[in-house]
Design a binder for this molecule. Sequence first.
Ligand code: ATP
Ligand code: LTN
Length: 332
Amino acid sequence: MDKAKKRVFSAIQPSGTLTIGNYFGALKNHVAMQEDYDCIFSVADLHAITVKQEPEKLYTHTLELYAIFLAVGLDPEKSIIFIQSHVPAHTEFTWLLNCFTQFGELSRMHQFKEKSKTHSDNINAGLFDYPVLMAADILLYNTELVPTGQDQKQHIELARNVAQRVNGIYGDILVVPEPYIPRTGAKITSLQDPSKKMSKSDSNANAFISILDEPDVIIKKFKRAVTDSEALVKFDEENKPGVSNLMNIYSCATGRGIAEIEKEFDGRGYGDFKMAVAQSVVDALSPIQAEYKRIISDKAYMSEKFAVAAERAADIANDTLRRLKEKIGFYI
Ligand code: ATP
Ligand code: LTN
């Protein structure tokens, strides 16, 4: 690993098939970051079981997410790409950090409050402790930058506070991470309700485009996307949130600027515009889908990659774990 490069860590839960929101908001930036940073990416399967998971689905989604990571261009030769539960240090470090995290600060987490409502029949201790496991993920790897969407900012702030608290007691042993939120694509909204973010666990499949949706499905979903009655392709997030979201998606898929897009569709109706957006997404996803099909059918290749990655990750993680245990006063 190149010491001159900053360490980056991020993870995604295998809680469903990724959407173009996850791709444009997170993964696409992760791929670009590999050139300039020393990157570690993880499939956060331990986080996923904070809500109910059917075993077969969790198993399938874990492998699928790993294949998607590789298909979009995360490169196991450049970055460490591993499955969280393969590195036991994450759970052990979580226990240590639990003892430096206050009940009060976890009670204030937005995601816990929201998920306690949506999963009111299963408000388990893991759901409450989710941010400490995330702090463990980040702090184990001496992470300097954590790229995520806006929704994870509060969790990163908690990881910073815990690191600073530990450092205050034992000296500077943990690196205090910074959030890294991208400017474009940070929020792709639902195709059915543009006031909500596009989410892979939305109960209405027309609300999201999955990375693995077939071209005819993509076209159908864009045709049904909510717009307005003005028939004018103009960027105005407040008054025309549906059209503005489609313009954002088109911009992410083609690299064109918003002004250029307004000009391109000047005097043309929404029918034309929606077809162009759909086609641009089909074109952006088609090489990823072809690569995905190749990788998912080669499980031996993936197993080899994630086994090597877990060893490399464990080397770094175990060192941090041992250093903190020594400081705490454990007999090692
Ligand atoms: P779930 O629906 O299961 O809660 P999700 O689709 O909201 O999940 P996560 O797994 O929580 O996605 O997030 C993975 C990454 O993608 C995070 O960095 C998150 O900030 C980013 N992300 C998720 N949804 C969007 C979106 N609509 N626009 C931009 N970025 C997003
Ligand atoms: N909580 C994140 C996933 C996640 C993560 C992390 C992100 C788990 N561990 C460490 C950044 C760093 C989510 O739901 N998007």
